[in-house]
Write a protein that binds this ligand. Structure first.
Ligand code: NAP
Length: 313
């Protein structure tokens, strides 16, 4: 650390880095961005390298790294960074498999550095308010709908359709990250149907049924063929009335009445992520919750597969 700031690097400078990471790091006085590693992109005024190995060799003063490339290509970079004693932030989803991330957790522990598996949607303005609203209610059942137009949200992202890219669960796992934060006990998959276009290795739509040990049932639907407005909603039916999250965690209704939420900036979720990263580094902790990834993995394990006509994006 220099001037008590955490020297940070980013790997994989793409859409989410430009939209969210850069402005959020800029606002956080705990971090200074001193390097990037990206094959085809760089950040103005910041030392840039083509790959992580050459960056780590050239910039020994690094303390922490944010891995923002697609999940299929993250494990080797995370392992290398942890072996070099760096704190590591993983974009969501934290990896391509559950077991590889579990190995990273062990390695971070052995190296006494912090590993942070981020779930940006958990920092939506409605989420902790919903948690509070649900704390004195009994949840009976839940519905979750995560529907958006893939052509609008993921143009040109070939990796998202490839094995390990998660397909419709790339956004859908955001809904599951909120759900698992708000349920009072873990859920597991009881039934799933995954719909794959004939020409793609990842699903374009899915239905997953879940339950908990005490019988809270969750019916969830994910669809990338949505036209018009996005639907990113979760509705909890309780004995006193409904608690409904909409806009991906940005709005809340309790018993049909809109709840006033603290005004978030457009980078609020990622500002909270960097605040949390600084916090766990200072506390010498890791923060890795694999529940959302496990549910997606189990849907792939248990799910029936439907093959649809080719999808041209
Ligand atoms: P992206 O722009 O397609 O990819 C990010 C960067 O990763 C690319 O620009 C590329 O940089 C690098 N990359 C791509 N393929 C690679 C490969 N095979 N090996 C190594 N590096 C590769 O994707 P993104 O939208 O930023 O998403 C990245 C991650 O952030 C995903 O896990 C996604 O779920 C998450 N995320 C995205 C959003 C969003 O709105 N887009 C929101 C929240 C979270 P170079 O070619 O320069 O190496």
């Amino acid at each position: 650390m220099n001037n008590n700031k955490i020297n940070l690097a980013i790997v994989g400078v793409g859409k989410i880095v430009r939209d969210q990471h850069l402005p959020s790091i800029e606002k956080n006085t705990n971090f200074q961005l001193i390097a990037t590693a990206s094959r085809n992109a760089s950040v103005e005024g910041v030392a840039s390298y083509k790959d992580i190995e050459s960056m780590l060799d050239a910039v020994p003063e690094l303390d922490a790294i944010a891995l923002c490339m697609p999940p299929q290509y993250r494990y080797d970079a995370a392992k290398l960074a942890l072996e070099r004693g760096l704190h590591v932030l993983l974009e969501k989803p934290p990896g391509a498999t559950v077991s590889e991330v579990e190995q990273l957790v062990e390695l971070a522990d052995k190296q006494s550095v912090s590993l942070y598996a981020t779930w940006h949607s958990r920092h939506g303005a409605a989420v902790e308010k919903a948690k509070a609203a649900l704390s004195n209610r009994t949840i009976q059942s839940v519905t979750l709908a995560w529907k958006e137009d893939v052509r609008k949200w993921h143009p040109g992202q070939d990796w998202i359709w490839q094995a390990g890219g998660l397909g419709v669960f790339d956004p859908g796992i955001n809904g599951l990250s909120i759900l698992t934060r708000l349920l009072p006990e873990p859920a597991f998959v009881t039934q799933a149907t995954l719909s794959f276009p004939e020409n793609k290795a990842a699903p374009i739509a899915a239905d997953i049924s879940l339950t908990t040990a005490n019988g809270i049932t969750v019916e969830s639907q994910y669809d990338w063929r949505q036209e018009g407005d996005e639907v990113w909603d979760i509705s909890f039916v309780t004995e006193k009335g409904d608690v409904e999250i909409t806009h991906g965690g940005g709005a809340l209704r309790v018993d049909g009445v809109a709840v006033e939420l603290p005004k978030h900036s457009e980078h609020g979720e990622y500002e909270a992520i960097y605040a949390r990263f600084a916090e766990i580094i200072s506390q010498g902790q890791s923060d890795v919750d694999l529940q959302p990834l496990k549910l997606v993995a189990d849907a792939f394990l248990l799910g029936d597969r439907k093959v649809l006509e080719p999808f041209l994006d």
